[in-house]
Design a protein around this ligand. Structure first.
Ligand SMILES: C[S@@+](CC[C@H](N)C(=O)[O-])C[C@H]1O[C@@H](n2cnc3c(N)ncnc32)[C@H](O)[C@@H]1O
Length: 274
């Protein structure tokens, strides 16, 4: 009897000890879970920072390449401010190289700004080049015209912004874009407008005039292609080119803070790799 009581007592103590141990283990486990979660968050932040660093470093490298490339250029000598809303250095570089190497004769530019300054320098040197610029903001056009000496041959088309519906979403688009450009063709199309951030689809206007707007030899440049909206436009653009049996080469070779997409007629493939 005495022995049995002792056994029961020992079992009770052991169970209590076990319970305490389990509670302690549970607490430890919860703390470990919290630590892992916090480490996960820190790793996510580090990955984000690394991506920003990678992009900023590339931007700086491209700014160096750009500044070397424009040295002693016979046609380019302009003050540029490639900050925030403007094109970045990768686009400035590939735009300059396209103008310098290909010497396009008809240029369509969507989104007035710093890129327009580069093209304006080229127009003044090259002469008789068509340059159509599309811009939605009248105040910005007025301001720009007062600060940049445009050539008479350049035409700024003020097309108002409207919300276009596509696939159950809305995106910024230029009013009457198709009507204005469906009968024209270009060997350089540079797209950096309308404003496209935060949209499921973006900058789709060009699709309304493809392939009629392309000369036999062509270059299309599209800025901000790290965004899903622009990537969807690229997919649709390439699909249209294929449907129309237009041979092309393309790539995302020029990226810095923003990614630049390039699509060229096959014979100009080298532009995808310079
Ligand atoms: C992505 S930006 C395009 C700018 C242009 N391609 C450039 O390189 O500067 C899109 C729009 O931002 C507006 N924008 C650009 N620069 C601006 C500025 N400095 N001040 C006010 N609006 C500006 C214009 O309405 C332009 O169409």
């Amino acid at each position: 009897m005495k022995q049995n009581i002792k056994k029961i007592y020992r079992n009770i103590c052991l169970t209590e000890w076990n319970n305490k141990e389990i509670i302690n283990l549970k607490e430890d486990n919860n703390q470990l879970k919290k630590q892992v979660e916090s480490l996960d968050n820190k790793i996510d932040l580090i990955i984000k920072d690394l991506e920003t660093l990678r992009r900023n470093t590339n931007e700086i490298i491209y700014s160096q390449i750009f500044h070397d490339t424009i040295k002693k250029s016979p046609w380019f000598d302009e003050r540029l401010s490639l900050s925030s809303g403007a094109i970045g250095y990768p686009m400035a570089y590939i735009l300059f190289r396209t103008l310098d190497d290909i010497k396009p004769q008809a240029i369509l530019e969507l989104g007035l700004g710093q890129s327009t300054k580069i093209i304006t320098n080229y127009i003044k040197y090259q002469k008789n080049v068509i340059h159509d610029v599309v811009e939605h903001d009248e105040n910005w056009i007025d301001f720009f015209k007062r600060s940049v000496d445009l050539s008479k041959i350049q035409k700024i088309h003020h097309l108002k912004n409207y919300k276009r519906k596509y696939n159950g979403t809305e995106l910024n688009a230029y009013k009457n874009f198709k009507k204005e450009f469906e009968n024209k063709s270009y060997d350089l199309i540079m797209i950096d407008g309308p404003v496209g951030w935060g949209q499921e689809y973006s900058r789709m206007d060009i699709l309304d005039i493809i392939p009629g707007c392309l000369k036999e030899n062509f270059v299309i440049l599209l800025d901000d292609c790290e965004r899903i909206g622009e990537q969807r436009t690229i997919e649709m653009l390439e699909e249209k080119l294929k449907q129309n049996n237009i041979k092309y080469k393309s790539g995302y070779h020029y990226w810095g803070i923003n990614n630049v997409y390039i699509c060229v007629s096959e014979n100009l493939e080298f532009l995808c790799h310079i």
